[in-house]
Design a protein around this ligand. Structure first.
Ligand code: ZN
Length: 840
């Protein structure tokens, strides 16, 4: 018996060793020959695929070497990540096709143009976009891209030649270079040279924030629709340039899972996606099933994952006449890890990705006419819908905020959606749309369905469980005035180029400078002014001066008694106006209708020094969104304070500390006390989401919460997950009423504000109405899913409270005001909390 065990041990060690030290042939299809002139990955990067985690620089090195040696590959660099890594794309097809690539692209685009799409698809190549590892710590994708690119370049024989003749492959070897690099560094630097699958090993437990996200900790697989990040911009540009028929997105999931390919949950497909999209996905799925069976790999489909939110890579194509396919491989995370399915080696995970990358292009070329005709049919139907909507358009604009209006237009522009100037100013449903400050989007155009998907409000659903958010209505996220109109009478010329709003200094007055707080970039302007040591004040009341009305929150910079000469102040303000695209007015008198400029209703505004809690226990997405907002939009300094060394920090350096959503064990008692002392000494603590509940429980702020008392009745064990899942508010949009005179609402024009929420925290309003400047309405659901029980709770609850504690204050936001960088409409709430917290 003993000898049998030791024999088994030897064998299993042997198989670990052998599976860890595989050569390239492990991944490649058998019985074909490979062009010896094409370099293998090992020849260029110095190790076998799967032996180490490939770093992005090595991946780049290999792709460049392949492009140099293969006539089948054209490599381009489409931009850079935040950390300066190139965003590469390999266009792979037969040398003959390469000779006429632009012609092929032009012909292909006719399929998505209902005016020209009756052309024959005979002999037309199918376009397949294959992308890898958008989550950097799901590395088998990008590591498989090494072997896959080699295969495409080097494989010989009629089969591959047929594939390359009948397809154009857009190979995106790494969707997320910064994340991949971060993760590869972790996995490689913790690799045991003796294979050790112990899942407790540090190798499998990355340090915060991990490699999943990009530089600013964004989940990039949520940005396909909002397109706010440079990585997405490059991808979306390629997408619309080619309008691919299939797009694949190679991911990883938990270590104990096998392999998943779409279709996903049949009941959770977005209603704007045609039925045939799902049946073709299933037909392509048969190819994956056969290929995985051939190598003995377990797999599943039609469960867990869905095709609902169009901001995901595998769902985005579905609204664009393509077919998006999600792959999920059980992750070895590091190089070798124990799992419920036995030992999971990194090479094994890579091989499954490689195998399905190949089965994708086999399916694409075999089903080619059908897939091409599907796209043709999709846009034929779009053409018909367009005829019906011929005289309809969306008009949008914010007369007080040109930058925000342009940022929404920018998203349309990135998606090649056509929009126009207005011919005249007009009023509709109580909203003013001004020529030059508004845009009109006619429904009748190629991107008709995409427009619908971006602008529609939806509140009824067939399922109550969502993998991600259930609403993303863009004009609501931008807090934008918009309307669906039934006449194109006021439509001016089409806009083909967008320009940043030009800021300027107006007037020659020598008494004070004024600017209203409505424009998106006013916090950047105020920060820039305060940074130079210039004194500024904020108006707590409205007034008018020299024939202009000024709203709550107007910033006033007096000329008298500054530390700089008047001429320098003027120069700095003039530069600030230009940098921030805002208008600053120089006035010659302080005598106004309303509060005079010397009134005590102008409160001094101070330069703020802001910190944010980061590190273990802090939700990195939420922290990253805030960091990105400060760093890239407002160009404000934000110190990332890690909870690991919080106890050693002198907090008196900060006026404000932001606490994003946190786990309940993030802060120990001494840090809690330290923060409380700091608040009592005058600090402003800004808490978000779960941090609101946490600090309320630690008596920083006195809040009452409405709790759901739902009890399961007649719900079986099998239905339990659906029952509890239905109570999750995964992400929906709600309407609140604003008290425009409260400093938290400075710079808002409308009395209502759409808010994004993905929590079930409901605060009971304060008994004094002036303490409830943001309050959910009686009928708050604007778009998305919420359970009936939670809808009852949210009605008339408040997403915001501020209370004093000692000489400081604690601010509570139950909702995420910075969601995924595209919620421009609520970004100002955080800035108001920071700059005007001491007025609250
Ligand atoms: Zn993933």
């Amino acid at each position: 018996m003993k000898s049998l065990i030791s024999l088994l041990l030897v064998l299993s060690c042997y198989s670990i060793q052998s599976q860890q030290n595989v050569d390239l042939s492990y991944y490649l299809p058998d019985s074909i020959t490979y062009n010896p002139k094409i370099p293998t990955p090992k020849q260029i990067i110095g190790h076998e695929v799967g032996q180490w985690h490939v770093t992005h620089d090595k991946l780049e090195q290999y792709m460049r070497a392949l492009a140099k040696s293969s006539e089948r590959i054209l490599l381009e660099e489409r931009g850079k990540t935040f950390e300066g890594r190139p965003l590469l794309l390999l266009t792979v097809t037969s040398p003959t096709n390469h000779g006429q690539l632009e012609g092929i692209r032009q012909e292909h685009l006719k399929l998505s143009d209902s005016n020209r799409n009756s052309i024959s698809v005979d002999g037309m190549p199918v376009v397949v976009y294959q992308g890898f590892s958008i989550h950097g710590n799901e590395p088998s994708g990008s590591n498989a891209a090494l072997a896959y690119a080699y295969y495409l370049a080097a494989a010989e024989g009629p089969e591959i030649e047929d594939i390359l003749q009948n397809s154009v492959i857009l190979l995106d070897p790494c969707f997320n270079p910064d994340g991949l690099q971060r993760f590869a560094h972790w996995a490689n630097s913790n690799k045991n040279l003796q294979p050790n699958p112990d899942s407790n090993d540090r190798e499998f437990h990355e340090a915060w924030p991990g490699g999943r996200t990009n530089h600013y900790w964004f989940d990039m697989n949520r940005d396909w629709l909002p397109v706010q990040l440079p990585e997405s911009r490059a991808r979306i540009e390629t997408y619309h340039r080619w309008m691919p028929n299939i797009l694949t997105d190679h991911h990883e999931m938990g270590t104990n899972s096998t392999f998943f390919f779409q279709p996903g949950e049949p009941t959770r497909v977005h209603p704007l996606t045609p039925k045939e999209n799902q049946s073709l996905t299933a037909e392509i799925g048969n190819f994956h099933a056969r290929a995985l069976e051939k190598i003995g790999s377990l797999y599943y489909s039609e469960e867990n994952y869905d095709d609902y939110y169009y901001g995901k890579g595998s769902t985005f194509p579905d609204i664009n006449g393509g077919i998006g396919i999600l792959f999920e491989q059980g992750s070895s995370r590091g190089h070798l890890q124990e799992s419920e399915n036995g030992l999971l080696t990194f090479p094994f995970t890579i091989r499954n990705q490689m195998t399905t990358a190949i089965s994708t292009i086999e399916a694409a070329t075999e089903l080619r006419p059908k897939i091409l005709k599907y796209q043709q049919q999709f846009f034929k139907e779009v053409g018909l819908e367009s005829v019906i909507g011929r005289s309809r358009a969306i008009v949008f604009g914010d007369s007080k905020d040109a930058a925000k209006t342009r940022h929404l237009a920018e998203i349309l522009h990135r998606h090649k959606i056509k929009f126009h100037h207005l011919r005249n100013d007009f009023r509709y449903n109580g909203m003013d749309f001004k020529k030059g400050a508004s845009f009109m989007v006619p429904y009748s155009q190629k991107n008709h369905r995409l427009i619908k998907a971006m602008f529609e409000k939806r509140t009824s659903f067939t399922d109550s469980i969502f993998y991600d958010i259930s609403a993303w209505t863009f004009p609501l996220a931008f807090n934008m005035d918009y309307a669906d109109i039934r006449s194109l009478q006021n439509m001016g010329e089409e806009i083909t180029e967008l320009h940043e709003p030009k800021g300027k200094m107006k007037g020659n007055g020598d008494y004070a400078y004024l600017f209203e707080w409505n424009e998106y970039y006013t916090p950047k302007a105020l920060n820039q002014i305060l940074k130079k040591g210039i004194r500024a004040k904020v108006a707590k009341k409205k007034f008018s001066l020299e024939n202009k009305n000024y709203g709550y929150g107007t910033i006033m910079v007096p000329i008298q008694n500054q530390n700089l000469p008047a001429e320098s102040v003027r120069q700095i303000l003039s530069q600030t106006a230009q940098d921030c695209g805002i208008e600053i007015t120089a006035v010659s008198t302080g005598l106004t209708q309303g509060i005079d400029l010397g009134s005590n209703d102008f409160e001094p505004v101070k330069k703020q020094r802001v910190g944010i809690l980061t590190g273990n226990g802090v939700r990195s997405y939420d922290a990253g969104e805030i960091w990105h907002l400060f760093d890239t939009r407002y160009q404000m300094k934000l110190s990332k304070l890690d909870v690991a060394y919080l106890s050693r920090i002198d907090l008196n350096r900060y006026t404000d500390i932001i606490v994003p959503s946190i786990a309940s064990n993030t802060l120990g008692n001494s840090n809690i006390k330290k923060l409380k002392d700091w608040v009592q000494d005058g600090g402003t603590l800004i808490t978000y989401r779960s941090a609101v509940e946490f600090f309320a429980s630690k008596k920083f702020i006195d809040l009452q919460f409405k709790k759901d008392t739902l009890i399961a009745k007649n719900v079986s064990f099998e239905q339990k997950q659906n029952f509890t899942g239905a109570q999750v508010t995964g992400g929906a949009i709600f309407e609140a009423q604003l008290d425009l005179s409260h400093p938290i609402a400075f710079g808002y024009k409308n009395k209502t504000l759409p808010l994004f929420r993905n929590t079930n925290i409901y605060i009971v309003p304060d008994k004094n109405s002036y303490n409830n400047p943001i309050k959910y309405t009686e009928d708050p659901l604007l778009s998305g899913y919420i359970s009936e029980e939670n809808l009852e709770l949210i009605k008339n609850s408040v997403p915001f409270q501020v209370q004093h504690l000692g000489r400081g204050r604690v601010i509570a936001f139950t909702d995420n005001t910075n969601f995924r960088a595209f919620w421009y409409g609520t970004n100002k709430l955080l800035m108001n909390a920071i700059f005007f917290g001491n007025l609250m």
